[in-house]
Design a protein around this ligand. Structure first.
Ligand code: F0G
Length: 464
């Protein structure tokens, strides 16, 4: 069958917010052309992130009702711990309120100033938490990842030669090594099982503990099953288990592949580091049997970690990103290839070649998408990473991308068809889109709060 179906039925619905073109203009102007500053009730299709935006299942909601809300030793903790242990094999399971809390605790207890931590690409909160400790966060992703159009199926791989020489050159300075699955920063791309095995062997050879950033472990395992020779006959659960068995621990944001709105964990085998992590947890997150979560959050994660490995769900999820990317490509909108697990990344540099990096082509596209039909997406380009060089010049980001991140189980096939149609209209106006000027650039994480104005008032002439 060619038709993609959602492998679930709908039991509770939420009305979608609709706005008129005039209202969208008022809202976006009030937000200074920055989609992060919009009120979410003014957004019809919210593709800002796949994190914490999952629709939960009836099984999750009912497990939440039966949670044991105790300060210490809640039955929900033991249930949660058992699920995480049987999936990952890690002995110590430390709940945290989200992924970055697990990261902060891990790096605070396991690293020291002057050291360095390699990965394929560190996600930005991971990098920030590492650098906060005075430690270098180094990206050793494979070369194919730098080419947005390359069809290489595993752009989340680590470059093994670089890793080997990195570990030799930095001997004694690497307290732990990482790999992010899937590689969000690089486009939601998976790492192959062969690569994870080789990375694990290299870290072990050099006596370096190996931690996975496992936020999207199920999507990664599914893409291994689908794309890697010799893996087609294994279940996704079996592949995921093997991946975890190759590592010594993981950080996890439950807001992705544990299918919840809030929650996460840190897990590992090392008794000593786990002991220190628990002490720090008590200081800022809570007692080790709840760690910043309500017991009901732990129940929801326990069920979510099981549901996410349903292969029909994963098939539908990957089919959706593929279908969206194909629909955009057919309308002349180039996307990073192959489409990753949780998002489709539009290559705005290729789509809007007439807008220079300094005028933020990605952000111009974000503006057009909202005004056209209330779609909210996220620029990952020169707004985020561009820098004034201090001498009147501008250092642009390597890529100018717009991420359409798909919340899990939230939108249907006809929503995606509607979005593709809207994007066709955006594409038909492509030559009329112009750039933006950043009128206010905050010193840190500028994309969240920067303000913009349209060059030559194109926004008003096109959409006013
Ligand atoms: N690691 C990866 C690979 C992530 O994508 C994220 C979050 C985190 C760690 C941090 O987890 O948000 O629970 O603290 N990514 C979200 C996103 C924010 O939109 O890509 P968190």
């Amino acid at each position: 069958m060619d038709t993609i179906i959602e492998p679930f039925m709908i039991k509770t619905v939420e009305a979608m917010p609709f706005t008129s073109p005039g209202e969208r203009m008022i809202h976006l102007r009030a937000a200074h052309l920055n989609a992060f500053l919009l009120h979410a009730d003014h957004v019809t299709f919210d593709f800002l992130t796949d994190s914490g935006t999952t629709a939960m299942s009836d099984r999750q909601w009912s497990a939440m009702l039966s949670a044991g809300e105790s300060y210490a030793g809640s039955r929900s903790y033991w249930r949660f711990k058992k699920v995480v242990q049987s999936l990952t094999g890690f002995q110590h399971v430390i709940p945290t309120h989200q992924g970055r809390a697990a990261e902060r605790i891990l790096f605070q207890v396991a690293t020291e100033k002057g050291q360095c931590v390699p990965s394929n690409n560190h996600f930005d909160t991971t990098r920030a938490n590492i650098e906060y400790q005075g430690v270098a966060a180094d990206d050793l992703v494979c070369v194919e990842a730098h080419d947005a159009q390359s069809e290489f199926p595993f752009k989340g791989n680590i470059d093994l030669e670089r890793l080997e020489s990195y570990l030799v050159e930095n001997a004694g300075r690497v307290p732990l090594g990482m790999q992010t699955i899937t590689n969000n920063t690089g486009g939601g791309q998976p790492a192959s099982l062969a690569n994870i095995r080789a990375v694990s062997a290299l870290y072990r050879k050099h006596g370096v503990p190996f931690f996975l950033d496992a936020c999207r472990f199920a999507e990664n395992a599914y893409m291994i099953q689908q794309r890697e020779p010799g893996q087609a006959d294994r279940s996704v659960r079996e592949i995921a288990r093997e991946v975890f068995s190759l590592a010594d621990g993981c950080t996890m944001s439950g807001k992705k592949d544990a299918l919840v709105n809030m929650g996460g964990f840190l897990a590992m085998n090392d008794d000593e580091i786990a002991g220190r992590a628990r002490n720090l947890l008590i200081l800022t997150e809570g007692f080790p049997t709840y760690g910043g979560c309500a017991a009901r959050d732990l129940e929801a994660m326990a069920v979510g970690l099981d549901e996410v490995l349903d292969e029909r769900y994963l098939e539908y999820r990957m089919a959706t990103t593929r279908y969206l990317a194909q629909g955009l490509n057919e309308r002349g909108i180039p996307t990073m290839q192959p489409p990753g697990g949780h998002a489709v990344y539009i290559d705005a540099k290729a789509f809007l070649p007439h807008i220079p990096a300094r005028q933020y082509p990605g952000q111009a596209l974000v503006v057009a998408m909202y005004l056209e039909g209330g779609i909210r997406a996220c620029e990952i380009g020169s707004v985020m990473f561009g820098r004034d060089d201090g001498a009147g010049g501008f250092e642009a980001s390597e890529h100018e991308l717009v991420r359409i991140a798909l919340p899990r189980r939230r939108y249907t096939q006809s929503h995606i068809d509607f979005v593709i149609e809207l994007m066709g209209t955006v594409a038909s106006r492509r030559d009329d889109l112009k750039g933006l000027v950043m009128t206010e650039r905050p010193p840190l994480l500028p994309h969240f709060t920067a303000r913009f104005a349209a060059v030559d008032d194109w926004v008003d002439s096109l959409y006013g």
